[in-house]
Design a protein around this ligand. Structure first.
Ligand code: PRX
Length: 663
């Protein structure tokens, strides 16, 4: 393992100077956690599980591994909400702030551990009152308001599994996910604030339930924006009405360690999203462990902020479950980073203050900031003057997640936000892994701009070639060689797909779907997805999903979608569309087709550009040659809207197709 080499780093043909932090980290060199794990990794995770969590019944079995099915701590019992709340209150930390919550319009709420517990108990009773009990599934479709973690924790109190659906998703996504999970309840809000305006949620739930999902019996609605949505008699209930009538006390029910905790749907290479299953004891162990060590947590004094959305796994593990298990104080923010600060709003977006994030860091004295490369690149583009206006000296650790970070963005984050002295933790993991897998540990690992470095203690990864042979130095595919506590336990309702997707490519190994390179120091450089999944601002979107939304438009005969390189979002979605014969191409139609995807799948999945083409390049077996389309898209200005049937795109595609045909 490479330690201590702190010369100038070279990456992508550029060099990056060392900083004080690299030197400091190299000196610390405390490898004890790695050594313990390597000596006996089951014993290592068992001791973490006991140290970090409270169990109502201790476990005797650590790991049962029947590839690809793992059971961790199986005969142990615990309750997640008790670990996140009751035990901290019992330890005298009831008045400690759990969340400094800030709404997008600037309204704030400070919620202590005892207040959070009281709300969770009440809401658990609300769900019980609606007939829900252990083993049921419910859906949550909410903005980033405190009621969201309250609802999640209330589920864990009584053994109900939640499926959080990102608030940016469309009605179709709600219908599909509720049908797949047979959800009995949807918890939502009338709307949430998004870029200065209420963005409606409840009407999307209504549309979803008109289209299907008959298992949903009740809808609970938080009145966030006062938009007065239509309420269906008997089915829809206001959160505040139910809470006003709920009993205050609801003891936590002990759960088996392998009790289903939640489902979180993620895109695959086919249009049908996969319900990733996470269970209780192993998941909580690994998220608590990583939250503590990766962010170098000092729970007494830290104010930690993960600026993700709870609709994604990052928010599940590192806004809700990890930080609360560790009893730390967090910031939770409703809006996007580029929304105006209070009292400075103007209709003109260009004049908004671009220091919302830095303002929050300064006001709360944030010590750890965890965000995505796409956000960092946006801040870079806005210019150094915005962070420079604020005092960011409280920051100690900076985190990044969601996609590979380019060394330039890494250095900018390090110098302009971290004042050249905060370690950067580039954390590689996935919805499926539940918690961090590959990341530096502050004070232990010497970092380099652009690499997630090495696996955490107790996690074992290898880069392999096409034949599944480990690559010592060089490029290949990222695999995980041993089970880990927070690993997915399967795909809801589809064990075969679980096996085929993750365990079939390389025997005995979990295949992550990412390309990676190992350098001379043994550090792992993530290179992005190798399958047909795009990564847009850190969100995984499958080409197949967007293609089916495109062909869903009545004028579209065939469609191919690729992710083109994009400076800000990592990848940008580009669609190539063949219209049905009788339809005349027009600029309006092109825009309409583009918007259609937004309506079907939500704005994140709306293509940045749609090209109308007469033909698509295909292999002899009829498979669309996405690689070629990607090259074509990479060579174009995606803002260019001058094309209809776009002669040069077509020429390029044809040329390329002809060449590859000859290969
Ligand atoms: O391609 C990798 C990329 O995001 C994928 C996982 O996406 P998702 O399940 O939505 O979870 C995102 C938050 C954990 C991975 O397969 N990815 C995530 N983190 C990194 C990354 N790529 C490079 N570096 C990272 N730090």
């Amino acid at each position: 393992m490479a330690q201590g080499s702190i010369e100038v780093y070279e990456s992508e043909g550029r060099t990056f100077p060392p900083s004080d932090e690299f030197a400091a980290a190299a000196l610390a060199d405390d490898r004890s956690l790695y050594d313990q794990a390597d000596a006996d990794y089951e014993a290592f995770w068992a001791s973490q599980a006991r140290d970090l969590l409270s169990w109502s019944k201790d476990f005797t079995s650590v790991l049962q591994w029947d590839l690809p099915f793992a059971k961790w701590f199986e005969d142990g019992e615990l309750n997640v909400s008790e670990n996140c709340l009751d035990r901290h209150v019992a330890a005298g930390l009831g008045d400690k702030v759990a969340f400094h919550w800030e709404g997008e319009p600037g309204d704030t709420r400070t919620i202590s551990y005892s207040e959070l517990l009281a709300e969770v108990e009440r809401f658990a009773n609300v769900m019980k009152g609606l007939g829900l009990s252990k083993g049921d599934r419910i859906a949550i479709y909410m903005p980033m308001i405190p009621e969201l973690p309250i609802a999640m924790l209330a589920c864990t109190r009584i053994g109900v599994a939640h499926s959080v659906i990102f608030g940016g998703f469309s009605p179709d996504a709600i219908t599909d996910r509720c049908e797949d999970a047979e959800a009995r309840l949807i918890i939502t809000a009338d709307a949430g604030y998004r870029r200065g305006e209420p963005s409606a949620l409840k009407p999307n739930v209504d549309a979803a339930l008109t289209a299907g999902a008959p298992s949903v019996e009740n809808v609970i609605v938080v009145d966030r924006c006062g938009t007065d949505p239509a309420m269906v008699e008997g089915r829809d209930h206001w959160w505040h009405d139910l809470m006003a009538n709920a009993e205050p006390s609801c003891p936590p029910e002990p759960m088996g360690a392998e009790q289903l905790l939640y489902l979180l749907y993620t895109s695959g290479t086919t249009a049908k999203p996969k319900g990733i299953m996470h269970t209780t004891g192993g998941y909580l162990t690994q998220v608590a462990f990583t939250h503590k060590y990766v962010f170098d947590l000092k729970p007494e004094t830290d104010v930690y902020w993960c600026a993700a959305d709870i609709g994604w796994v990052t928010g599940h593990s590192y806004i809700v479950y990890g930080p609360l298990t560790n009893g730390c104080t967090s910031v939770m923010y409703e809006g996007t980073p580029d929304t105006p600060r209070p009292n400075e709003r103007s209709g003109d977006r260009a004049s908004w203050n671009k220091d919302r994030l830095w303002d929050i860091v300064e006001r709360y004295g944030v010590t750890q900031l965890y965000t995505a490369p796409t956000a960092i690149r946006t801040f870079m583009k806005w210019g150094d003057e915005w962070p420079a206006r604020r005092d960011l000296s409280s920051l100690r650790v900076l985190g990044t997640v969601g996609e590979p970070i380019n060394p330039e963005a890494w250095m900018w984050y390090h110098d302009n936000i971290g004042g050249n002295s905060c370690p950067i933790v580039d954390t590689w993991w996935q919805t499926e892994t539940g918690g961090h897998m590959i990341t530096p540990l502050p004070g232990v690992t010497t970092t380099k701009p652009g690499t997630a470095t090495t696996p955490i203690p107790g996690v074992y990864a290898e880069v392999v070639d096409d034949h599944g042979n480990p690559v010592e130095v060089g490029g290949g595919y990222l695999t995980i060689t041993r089970p880990w506590p927070s690993m997915l336990r399967g795909i809801w309702g589809d064990p075969q797909r679980y096996l085929d997707t993750y365990w079939a490519a390389y025997e005995g190994r979990y295949f992550a779907g990412d390309g990676a390179r190992v350098d001379e120091d043994g550090y792992i450089w993530l290179l992005g997805r190798v399958d047909d999944v795009m990564n847009v601002s850190g969100h995984r979107i499958s080409t197949a999903e967007v293609e089916s939304a495109l062909v869903d438009h009545p004028a579209v005969a065939e469609a191919a979608v690729v992710g083109a390189t994009d400076d800000i979002t990592g990848q940008a979605i580009v669609g190539y569309v063949i219209l049905i014969g009788s339809v005349e191409a027009s600029e309006e139609l092109r825009e309409e087709v583009r918007q259609h995807v937004g309506t079907k799948l939500g704005p994140t999945a709306r293509p940045k550009a749609v090209f109308l083409v007469p033909d698509l390049p295909k292999t002899r077996s009829g498979k669309i040659m996405r690689r070629l389309l990607r090259d074509v898209a990479d060579g174009r200005d995606l803002g260019d809207t001058t094309t209809l049937a776009d002669p040069d795109v077509v020429a390029a595609i044809r040329e390329g197709a002809a060449e590859s045909d000859e290969e």
